[in-house]
Design a protein around this ligand. Structure first.
Ligand code: BGC
Length: 581
């Protein structure tokens, strides 16, 4: 996200169509303005109507100023129920603190003459019931339908903003707000490794990879025992500006592989909603965390799997066909976006695979269209997404300095007609594609650089001059994988760029979402109670499938289950870091 620091302005931008109506109301009202500052009177009338559906509603508000002309206005009221939550406003900016709401004018509709009416509105969510607020104040004056003399009423000072909590403003790029949260559990594992303290002070994401991870667990066999609240409390005490979570527990998770299958069966969307997303949203909405920018990476691999691993494709799996047919990946992502976007200081970045997955022409537009239709189905529409992330837990290089993608190099088996050969170019192009489909033009991309450094002695230092295109590309590329479809504990990988805010135009940050040192999957079957299977792509002896065009897996041997600490991998990542440590 970029270029819009006004809280709420994003919503008004998306509601351009309604601006016209407000301007007309204002114009018709201003003709009767008869301001008399010496005898300033105040008063207002408000009508509030809603259109409700299960879980959501649209409210239209009409504010008529019965008093003297105003140059700015601020309407305040309380929702009767704690479940009622604004998710998006138009013709106004909003703040909500608990049940208390303030709707304020935008930069263009602050002027409100006597008897003029302005018509802000908003979308919201609710559960139980959705009653209308019972009283309103305009610039501190109760809206009773008649005028009062403000000199006898101490609450009318229009310069006072009794609620405005600047901390819950939704900023443009949450990564630009300061230091990221250092997960102490990851830090301790990194520092237990020889040389690990060189990298242990980098922010990494906290993966909420099962329901039990919300409260935290006693066993730390996989990736940690702290719960969501523990991490948020710790982030507050670190004085962190932002914290990163991964929302990762969809029904039928990881449908094209086995290493990260989850606990919820393909049909368990109800449990996903009530036992997973709802409790996470409730914790993140706690006002104790209002000073933090809380970033959520939404459901790795899920929507891209519906594009590339279903139907007639050679790469299709039965499990992905089931998830396409039952709609639970889409429904789950929409539910997560709705619940999490409703919290002002929470940010959603949806996973957009990587160039070696959706960088082919057929996949590129289809994936972007699926993202657009999914997000348009949320209550707040495009506004529910702050950005997208590419290369999560993957190894694709940020850039390939010695290779140009052109008609000749596309013929190589490494590029194989992909439109892209690196994540920077891909992320930038995919961002443009998304914006062309209706996403906010300030959309921000993230690139996971935790394991895409490809330094060390095998890194080429210049372009090859071989005449055979395969030889030339293979000798020039810094990504040393056997095939771009390889994804598990890749041999030869190194730490990539350290986490950095705003590294390039359109890129909100380079991030370490996959914590370096955590396994991608076990190299043989290891029984566990997390629902994780054994995927042969993590076995170094495996000779592949259509998704890596029947190549060797390139995985390191002796790996533990996904998420568990893998010392040999961490040591190799440090040794091959680029930039070097
Ligand atoms: C695993 C998760 C783990 C994450 C980060 C995923 O592959 O399935 O359990 O938290 O990696 O290491």
């Amino acid at each position: 996200m970029r270029f819009n620091l006004l809280p709420g302005a994003k919503s008004t931008r998306l509601r351009r169509g309604l601006v016209v109506g407000a301007a007309l109301a204002l114009t018709s009202g201003t003709v009767v303005a008869v301001a008399n500052q010496a005898m300033a009177a105040s008063g207002c009338q408000v009508t509030y109507t809603t259109n409700d559906w299960p879980g959501g509603f649209t409210a239209n508000v009409a504010i008529t100023n019965l008093g003297d002309s105003l140059s700015s206005w601020s309407l305040e009221f309380d929702f009767p129920n704690s479940s009622q939550q604004i998710t998006q406003a138009w013709n106004s900016t909003y703040t909500q603190s608990g049940q208390h709401v303030t709707l304020s004018n935008t930069a263009w509709n602050g002027s409100l003459g006597t008897n003029a009416t302005t018509t802000p509105g908003f979308n919201g969510s609710w559960s139980g019931s959705n009653p209308a607020p019972t009283s309103f104040t305009l610039n501190g004056v109760a809206c009773t339908g008649s005028t009062t003399d403000p000199t006898s009423d101490p609450t009318t000072d229009p310069t006072t903003d009794p609620t405005g909590d600047p901390n819950v403003d939704h900023v443009d790029n949450p990564y630009a707000s300061g230091q990221g949260y250092i997960n102490p559990e990851w830090k301790a594992k990194a520092e237990a490794e020889s040389g690990g303290s060189r990298v242990s002070d980098n922010p990494t994401a906290v993966w909420i990879d099962r329901i039990a991870a919300i409260e935290g667990t006693d066993d730390s066999s996989s990736n940690g025992s702290m719960g969501v609240r523990d991490h948020l409390d710790e982030a507050v005490s670190q004085g962190a500006a932002y914290i990163q979570f991964v929302i990762y527990d969809l029904p039928g998770r990881d449908c094209a592989a086995l290493a990260s299958n989850g606990e919820l069966g393909p049909e368990e969307i109800g449990r996903y909603q009530t036992e997973y997303i709802d409790p996470i949203a409730a914790i993140m909405a706690d006002s104790a965390y209002a000073d933090l920018q809380i970033i959520n990476i939404i459901e790795i691999d899920s929507l891209p799997n519906l594009i590339t691993n279903t139907g007639d494709r050679e790469t299709a799996t039965d499990a992905c066909d089931v998830m396409l047919a039952n709609g639970n990946y889409v429904a789950g992502v929409q539910y997560a976006l709705n619940k999490l976007h409703a919290i002002g200081n929470v940010y959603n970045y949806v996973d957009a695979a990587h160039h070696g997955w959706i960088g082919w022409e057929d996949n590129f537009s289809a994936a972007a269209e699926l993202f657009a239709s999914t997000v348009q189905g949320t209550t707040a529409g495009f506004a529910s997404v702050d950005g997208f992330i590419t290369n999560t837990a993957n190894y694709s290089a940020l850039s390939e300095p010695y290779i140009t993608v052109n008609a000749e190099t596309k013929l190589s088996s490494w590029i194989d007609w992909n439109l892209y050969n690196d994540e920077s170019t891909f992320a930038t192009a995919f961002r443009s594609e998304l914006v062309s489909l209706g996403f906010d033009s300030g959309l921000g991309m993230l690139i996971d650089t935790s394991r895409n450094g490809w330094g060390g002695s095998d890194r080429p230092t210049g372009a090859s001059s071989a005449s055979d295109v395969d030889t030339m590309v293979n000798e020039s590329r810094i990504d040393r994988r056997i095939h771009k479809g390889n994804w598990c504990n890749q041999s030869g990988a190194g730490l990539g760029e350290r986490p950095t805010a705003s590294p390039a135009s359109g890129i909100d940050a380079y991030v370490w979402v996959k914590p370096p040192g955590e396994s991608d999957g076990s190299s043989e079957l290891i029984p566990n109670d997390e629902g994780k299977g054994f995927d042969e792509m993590c076995d170094p002896a495996y000779e592949g499938n259509p998704r890596n065009q029947d190549n060797l897996s390139g995985a390191l041997p002796n790996a533990p289950i996904s998420g568990a600490w893998f010392s040999a991998q961490f040591q190799e990542l440090m040794a091959n870091a680029y930039p070097a440590l």
